[in-house]
Design a protein around this ligand. Structure first.
Ligand SMILES: [Zn+2]
Length: 357
């Protein structure tokens, strides 16, 4: 290993000795980014820290350059090597960086165009695989960063989703998403380790509406196993799952009608005994997909039925937005009916037979 590489690898210890918890988000190092709401994350694999807010990234040489005004690389390397030999000389980050910050020179124009997604690995991460731990921390830091900005965005609140449900689902907001000039601000919906759905909050055209990172996931599929006695609605979009949660109902989302085979293969393997109520979008593609999905699930012995509760509305979220009261009461009624039925079943000792028909 060269001297330069050794020095580069010293960054994690350097930051820790400066009082930074490298596992958590910390305040951005850039003198041009005030960052009261920590947005910077340490990235061990690259021995750099990157900011989800302004997009800048720093290695240890950039750091000492800013701290001690060292313009040339040999000077920077010498300084780092000094600290490696005498770590007790390392100064607190508040003293060398944060106290010198000035909000006045913060400027959006100076932001580099580098979107946050580039810094997140684009595949499914396995929490049981030690090699993925660092990436998971990085992914989680990004989600935490987005969650800390959620209050700045009323996109989902306007669509009838309460703050409580948004927080329960770890929804976040990335004000610096910068995917393209037409996709700069996004609601971030975590779907699985390393995977997320980003929803453009400023643009609704089909090319710039949604970006998915990682592999396709059945949203909230893991919750089925955790709730063996609950019915699950099967809907298309993640926001429809949030809408169902608003009515106190469990749901999973395909993400797209093209993922019905993914759901079928997962359920074929897991053989859950829960009841699944299909409620795909009330449009041509959705209705077709629902028929196919229904037949396929029947075939593999899943307890499945089709919902006709959407009526004239396209999807649960549209229903919730246009007639909240009716939407909520509809599922309330169904709940009561179900309790009544299960009581009748007990009374007549007719397990599994629905007496309301
Ligand atoms: Zn920053």
């Amino acid at each position: 290993m060269t001297d330069k590489e050794k020095a580069k690898e010293f960054l994690e210890e350097y930051l820790q000795r400066k009082g930074v918890n490298t596992k958590e988000l910390f305040r951005c190092i850039s003198p041009e980014h005030e960052d009261k709401n920590p947005s910077m994350s340490f990235y061990k694999k690259k021995n750099k820290c990157t900011c989800f807010g302004c997009g800048k990234n720093y290695d240890i040489f950039d750091l000492v350059k800013i701290e001690y005004n060292l313009k040339t690389f040999p000077e920077q390397l010498k300084k780092v090597e000094e600290f490696m030999k005498n770590p007790e000389l390392i100064e607190d980050i508040n003293k060398t960086i944060y106290s010198k910050k000035s909000i006045l020179i913060e400027s959006n124009e100076k932001k580099e165009i580098s979107n946050n997604l580039n810094s997140i690995k684009k595949h499914v991460l396995d929490p049981n695989n030690p090699a993925d731990i660092e990436r998971i921390i990085r992914y989680q830091n990004y989600i935490k960063y987005c969650m800390s900005h959620l209050k700045e965005c009323d996109y989902l609140t306007k669509r009838g989703i309460s703050m409580k449900v948004q927080e329960d689902f770890h929804i976040g907001y990335d004000p610096n998403f910068r995917y393209s000039t037409a996709f700069k601000k996004a609601i971030i919906i975590p779907t699985y380790y390393g995977c997320l759905t980003a929803r453009n909050v400023e643009n609704d055209d089909s090319n710039n509406r949604v970006r998915k990172i990682g592999t396709a996931q059945i949203f909230h599929y893991d919750r089925i196993k955790e709730n063996p006695d609950k019915d699950f609605y099967v809907v298309e979009g993640e926001i429809d799952v949030l809408s169902m949660a608003e009515a106190g109902k469990k749901a999973i989302a395909l993400g797209s009608v093209s993922e019905i085979n993914l759901l079928v293969s997962k359920l074929k393997e897991d053989k859950f005994e829960n009841k699944f109520i299909l409620m795909l979008d009330n449009d041509e593609a959705g209705r077709k997909a629902q028929e196919v999905l229904y037949e396929k699930l029947k075939e593999i012995g899943i307890n499945v039925e089709k919902s006709n509760l959407l009526g004239k509305y396209k999807d649960p979220n549209e229903f919730l937005m246009k007639d909240r009261e009716k939407f909520l009461s509809l599922f309330q009624e169904n709940q009561e009916k179900k309790i009544e039925n299960s009581w009748k079943k007990k009374l007549y000792n007719e397990k599994g037979k629905d007496l309301s028909r």
